[in-house]
Design a protein around this ligand. Structure first.
Ligand code: HEC
Length: 99
């Protein structure tokens, strides 16, 4: 009985932890492109908020991150993935430097 309760407690804590990690609410979080973004850019760190940087900076950053992926032995971004990610970032990037 006591054991059952600790299992339930552990599950609750686990659920809270998982939920807590989703602190950044990304724009259109459930859309296919947001999911591509989260799945490719949330491996090594949590996926950064697109509004954090202007688009010009994202373009540079993407190249740096592709180098990081290569270093870690992760599969490189496909042409399509890169396009989807760039479109997503462009749409929600910091206003002033949008191209
Ligand atoms: C292979 C692991 C890995 C993947 C996958 C990855 N990153 Fe990173 N990222 C890093 C590392 C390591 C750093 C810190 C390196 C540094 O500061 O130079 C970093 C830092 C960053 C930063 C700067 C820190 C900040 O929060 O401002 C941004 C922005 C970023 N990544 C965006 C992305 C995006 C966008 C993607 C998807 C295209 C991505 N990352 C995928 C490893 C990764």
């Amino acid at each position: 009985m006591v054991r059952d309760i600790s299992i339930i407690m552990a599950l609750i804590l686990l659920a809270a932890a998982v939920y807590g990690c989703r602190e950044v609410a990304l724009p259109e979080g459930d859309s296919p492109r947001a999911r591509v973004y989260t799945s490719r850019c949330g491996i090594c760190h949590s996926p950064p908020e697109p509004g954090k940087y202007p688009f010009g900076k994202w373009k540079d950053l993407l190249g740096l991150m592709e180098m990081q992926m290569e270093k870690k032995g992760l599969p490189p971004l496909g042409e399509k993935e890169r396009t989807v990610i760039l479109e997503y970032l462009k749409r929600y990037s910091k206003e002033e430097a949008k191209e």
